[in-house]
Write a protein that binds this ligand. Structure first.
Ligand code: SF4
Length: 362
């Protein structure tokens, strides 16, 4: 009798289990969040970005239906590759358009210790956000444009929904890190003013921002539009030069550090909760550790601070920053990439941009 009841409950729960339409799965993703990740591209997006290179993910019809258990099983198959930083990424389409499903699958993944990233533009089922966002470790947040007109032309939606999302993240319980991303289109946002606007928009969430990435616009998706017999709206625009986009990325990051220092001094100087969040941000931790090491150990050679250690500089930083090893290696790489430091050998760090590091000092 008991067995029968169990079987029935089991069957009922299977019948009532939610499913989500998955467009495709990438098992060893390296660009959709930190570390090695299993990326679930969910089918369906309410937006119509002119540069979308996956227009086949836009319709809500199609894709393969999966339950939360199916997703968990797939994620567990690759868990041994995830290391300290990797995990699962939900991308799309727009994953938050399936927030009701995410509210079921994310706690399940978390209960198995899986790190979760969410690649989003901030347009979805708002009423479920408070049940989704507390489980997100890293948010890849796409900032598409910086003014009402360009945003609407480019995306086909109002910027106000995005801004509400961005400004309410902590109210929804989000406590993770943010990677801000912007696809730069030549002739639309490749100028200093756009980068300044990007930084201004990000100020209220800046204590959560782990990096700012400028991605050069490319036309690789145009062919898909021809296949789908859809009009490609950016035909007039050239691809963005990668090296130029990198210079804008460096500019945006440095400007962000400078403006944010002023902003936090004015707004949050005595806010302990705010300070606590800041102390978990790897930009601030690494910069502060480097500055403390300068004080104790640096020599000035040719007008630059040079830190030289008998042990490898990674070991030194590993013992001092409190950042986990994989994150530290990634963060050092970013600091080098953005021109804050150089590391001529495994024992030496030369500080190249003291001003920006000072701006990140806690
Ligand atoms: S939000 Fe992403 S999936 Fe949706 S239309 Fe824009 S680029 Fe495409």
């Amino acid at each position: 009798m008991l067995n029968k009841a169990v079987k029935k409950t089991d069957r009922q729960s299977r019948e009532s289990a939610q499913t989500v339409a998955v467009h495709s799965i990438e098992t060893m993703g390296l660009v959709d969040g930190p570390g090695i990740r299993t990326v679930f591209f969910l089918q369906g997006c309410p937006l119509r970005c002119a540069y979308c290179h996956n227009p086949d993910t836009q319709p809500f019809e199609g894709g393969e239906r999966m339950t939360a258990d199916d997703i968990l099983k797939t994620a567990l198959r690759y868990k041994s590759y995830y290391g300290d930083e990797g995990g699962v990424t939900f991308s799309g389409g727009e994953p938050l358009a399936q927030a009701k499903f995410l509210a079921e699958v994310m706690p399940l993944l978390k209960s198995h210790g899986i790190n979760i990233a969410l690649d989003t533009s901030g347009y979805g089922q708002q009423k479920y956000y408070e049940h989704v966002l507390p489980y997100v470790d890293v948010m890849l947040l796409d900032i598409k444009a910086f003014n009402y007109f360009v945003f609407e032309q480019l995306v086909g939606a109002e910027i106000s929904i995005f801004l509400n999302f961005l400004n309410s993240l902590e109210q929804y319980g989000f406590k993770g890190k943010i990677w801000l991303r912007h696809v730069m289109i030549p002739g639309l946002t490749n100028d200093d003013e756009s980068m300044q606007k990007l930084v201004e928009l990000a100020l209220p969430i800046a204590h959560l921002v782990d990096r700012i990435e400028i991605l050069p616009y490319h036309t690789m998706g145009a062919e898909k539009y021809r296949e789908l017999k859809k009009r490609y709206r950016l035909q007039e625009f050239q691809e963005m030069d990668g090296a130029e986009a990198k210079l804008y990325e460096i500019y945006a990051n440095k400007h962000f550090a400078a403006i944010y220092r002023k902003y936090r001094n004015e707004n949050n100087k005595d806010n302990l909760e705010f300070q606590r969040v800041l102390e978990k941000n790897n930009n601030f931790l690494l910069a502060t550790t480097l500055l403390n090491l300068i004080k104790a150990h640096a020599e000035i050679i040719e007008n630059k601070y040079k830190l030289e250690f008998s042990k490898s500089y990674r070991e030194i930083l590993d013992s001092k920053t409190g950042i986990n090893k994989s994150q530290l290696i990634r963060k050092i790489g970013e600091f080098k990439d953005l021109g804050y430091i150089t590391t001529p050998d495994s024992h030496t760090i030369i500080l190249e941009d003291l001003t920006t590091l000072e701006n990140y000092r806690i």
